[in-house]
Design a protein around this ligand. Structure first.
Ligand code: FES
Ligand SMILES: [Fe+2]
Length: 321
């Protein structure tokens, strides 16, 4: 079956959509930051062209809200946590984790219209993720047949791309670039499917043909052939797996649109967690550092080549589709 026919059977339109059909901020999971950023209180950040605040409640949960106070717009990131609520620094209105205003000084009750938007939030591997929408359309994804508790995560590395978010997401499905950019020669026709309604996955086998120091090391010690699986959840949240003969690599590329032309991506690399806690402190750290270095080496070609890439649906060839 051709790639186009496979995509058609997977519910993917054969004709490329117009750029206007891509949402500016897709409904998916985004990275807010690291959990330890909340140690000193609420933190607000510019994300998805708005300001969001995250704070840890008295009961230990994490809440993500719009940071602009429903009263006069003060930054809730400069506020304080009171019980499970966040208190605005300006006139001390308090908002619950649902975003509802639960108290206003010297008033018996708060108007129901006084609320800020809240976002589903999940902590995993020391990171805070939030779903951009009033409710999550799917749980925070992870690799299939892989228990998150059995894995440990690296520090992220980040890069800003001069291309729209959907070109970065499409890069994972761009079969031509694997050979041209990454020196990965495809061994078979990529298989595209939808593991769930909100995910698109591509899988293929490839041979490492590069001659860089990293690729020479891979061929010699890790494996010359690799089974690659790339799954995009809602667009910008992409999980990548590579199964080599002697290693299994897993990474998350979580991106956020900065504007119509620029995208910020953060990459987190995963490795199996050691059961022994003393070993975990040393071996896991070194293991993650090596994997992160290889991932950076692999992705630096994307960072370089994607600069300035724009979407031209009428210029696509059947091979692109
Ligand atoms: S601006 Fe937040 S309570 Fe007034
Ligand atoms: Fe790539």
């Amino acid at each position: 079956m051709s790639l186009i026919a496979e995509r058609r059977s997977a519910g993917v339109a054969a004709n490329p959509p117009d750029a206007s059909e891509f949402p500016s901020h897709p409904a998916t999971w985004y990275l807010f930051g690291r959990s330890n950023e909340l140690q000193r209180g609420p933190v607000s950040k510019a994300i998805l062209q708005r300001r969001l605040v995250a704070y840890r409640t008295a009961t230990g949960g994490v809440s993500v809200l719009d940071a602009s106070c429903a009263h006069l717009g003060a930054d809730l990131g400069r506020g304080t946590v009171v019980g499970d609520a966040i208190q605005c620094p300006f006139h001390h209105w308090r908002f619950s984790p649902t975003g509802a205003c639960v108290s206003i000084p010297n008033q018996d009750s708060a108007p129901t219209t006084a609320c800020v938007r809240s976002y589903p939030a999940v902590e995993r591997h020391g990171y805070i993720f939030f779903f951009f929408g009033p409710r999550e359309l799917f749980p925070l994804p992870f690799f299939s047949e892989c228990d998150p508790a059995a894995m440990t995560a690296s520090k992220p590395f980040r890069f800003e791309m001069d291309c729209p978010w959907y070109m970065l997401a499409a890069n994972g499905f761009d079969t031509q670039h694997f050979h041209a950019v990454h020196d990965r020669k495809l061994k078979n026709t990529p298989r595209v499917d939808c593991p769930t309604r909100f995910a698109r996955r591509m899988r293929f086998d490839a041979e490492v043909t590069g001659t860089s120091a990293y690729d020479r090391f891979l061929k010699r010690f890790v494996g010359r052939e690799v089974q690659i699986s790339i799954t995009s959840w809602g667009g910008p949240h992409v999980l990548v797996e590579g199964v080599f003969g002697r290693a299994h690599s897993r990474l998350l590329v979580t991106s956020q649109p900065l504007d119509e032309r620029r995208t910020l991506s953060e990459v987190i690399v995963f490795a199996k967690r050691s059961r022994n806690s003393i070993k975990a402190a040393l071996v896991d750290r070194v293991n993650l550092r090596i994997r992160r270095r290889f991932t950076q080496a692999f992705m630096r070609y994307d960072i370089d080549k994607l600069a300035g890439v724009r979407y031209h649906p009428h210029g696509l060839t059947p091979q692109d589709r």
